[in-house]
Design a binder for this molecule. Structure first.
Ligand code: RFL
Ligand code: PHB
Length: 395
């Protein structure tokens, strides 16, 4: 088989790329390690930046989001019994959209299905070959059969545990990493959200986040030890810990119920540079990971893909390779700003086991600065709702 672009990974980055390429008349094939059922069942991100929501709408994926998503004009930061509201609408004139990654993924797969995209799922042993030549190849096995696809380009959209990173020679690749000495325990419950807007809470016992999917589905997180297992956290322990970390009036309002999903995520910042080697270009979690505190991972996957799709369009439609040549540098400029914001917010809001009272005083001073300074809140709002892409929106 031959195609123009082989996309490794059918998560949000890979499936959005296939959708944008199709709209421009560029052929692609997606190879995905997991079953479609598994990909559609994953519970992950919940917050879309303004530009991400507009990108999805421009790509024809906005209908359900417009009807069922929930635009938010602000979030609250809580510490002790205090709350600071960051009013996005007033500070930067933008908003975010509460629309779960699970829904985004479903809309993407429905759209791909509607025009008959080639999405090969449940493949094994994916391997990348000849990226520095003119005719790269991807090999894999499917239903026990060895298969090969030749192509012009390979897009590595295979997430944090994929194979595309290994195709970069170690002497060409530089990695930057920070791991944090804690994780997040996330719970989904069929209860009304405690507050209409997200609450990020910094507490002596550790961080907590109150988020939601819709009026009867809440998503909550508490900071936990890196090595904790889900079995260590009964529902009772989870709710009691969450309650202790919220301001008293929120804690009183909190409605608890059985968890319908519970998982632990370790927190990590990671960037691998460059994002291109020969005819392989990587996007999304395959190139960078951020801790979920800033709600940036899915948004970065979308903004990488917007740049990448435009670069392919320029290449095929006009023979202009500036976009492909500049892809890595342009994407990384944006990535590093999101890495910085996610690291900063993680550092501000979490309890670090090795830190002392001085560090806590600095955190509280910074929270107080946010409470009392509109410019400090505006900087937060600018980063949280999403810095502009240095490329007009796809449309
Ligand atoms: P994905 O979603 O991991 O998709 C990669 C796909 O590649 C497949 N794959 C392979 N396929 C073929 N061959 C191989 N060898 C392969 N290896 C892997 C995988 O099966 C998968 O289908 O990466 P992508 O597309 O780059 O998307 C990135 C986002 O999923 C991720 O950044 C976000 O979920 C991060 N994230 C959040 N991002 C936000 O923007 N806002 C949020 O509010 C937010 N909250 C979160 C999050 C991530 C979390 N977890 C679970 C890490 C909250 C949590 C708890
Ligand atoms: C979520 O709703 O899952 C969520 C929201 C905000 C974050 C991270 C996760 O920063």
């Amino acid at each position: 088989m031959h195609t123009q672009v082989v996309i490794i990974g059918g998560g949000p980055a890979g499936s959005l790329l296939a959708q944008l390429l199709h709209a421009a008349g560029i052929e692609s094939v997606i190879v995905e390690r997991r079953s479609t059922e598994y990909v559609l069942g994953r519970i992950r991100a919940g917050v879309l930046e303004d530009a991400s929501a507009r990108t999805l709408t421009a790509a024809g994926l906005g209908e359900r989001m417009a009807a069922e998503g929930d635009p938010h004009d602000g979030v609250a930061l809580a510490y002790g019994d205090q709350r600071v509201r960051i009013d996005f609408a007033e500070l930067v004139g933008r908003r975010v959209m509460i629309w779960g990654q699970t829904e985004v993924q479903r809309d993407l797969y429905d759209a791909l299905g509607s025009w008959g995209a080639t999405l090969l799922d449940s493949v094994d042993d994916v391997a990348i070959h000849d990226v520095t030549g003119d005719r790269p190849r991807v090999t894999f096995t499917r239903d026990g059969q060895a298969e090969e696809i030749t192509c012009d380009w390979i897009a590595g959209c295979d997430g944090a545990h994929g194979v595309s990173q290994d195709a970069f020679p170690t002497d060409l690749r530089r990695t930057y990493e920070r791991s944090y000495p804690f994780g997040w325990l996330g719970v989904l419950s069929e209860t009304p959200p405690v507050s209409p807007e997200l609450i990020y809470a910094s507490h002596e016992r550790g961080f907590a986040l109150c988020s939601m999917r819709h009026a009867m589905l809440s998503r909550y997180y508490v900071q936990c030890d890196r090595d904790d297992r889900v079995e260590d956290w009964s529902d009772d322990r989870f709710w009691s810990e969450l309650t202790r970390r919220l301001p008293a009036d929120d804690a009183e309002r909190l409605q608890t119920g059985p968890s319908i999903e519970k998982s632990i995520t370790p927190l990590r910042s990671f960037v691998a540079e460059p994002m291109r080697h020969g005819r392989l270009l990587v996007a999304g979690d395959a190139a960078h990971i951020v801790p979920p505190t800033g709600a940036k991972g899915l948004n970065l996957a979308i903004s990488d893909v917007v740049l990448l799709a435009q670069a392919f369009v320029d290449h095929y439609a006009r023979g202009d390779d500036d976009g492909l040549d500049g892809y890595s540098d342009r994407a990384l400029r944006r990535v590093w700003k999101a890495v910085r914001f996610s690291w900063w917010l993680t550092t501000l809001m979490h309890r670090f086991p090795s830190r002392d009272d001085f560090d806590r005083k600095i955190q509280l001073a910074e929270l107080d600065l946010l409470a009392t300074s509109a410019p400090a809140r505006a900087t937060f709002a600018d980063n949280y709702t999403g810095l502009p892409l240095d490329l007009g929106e796809v449309g």
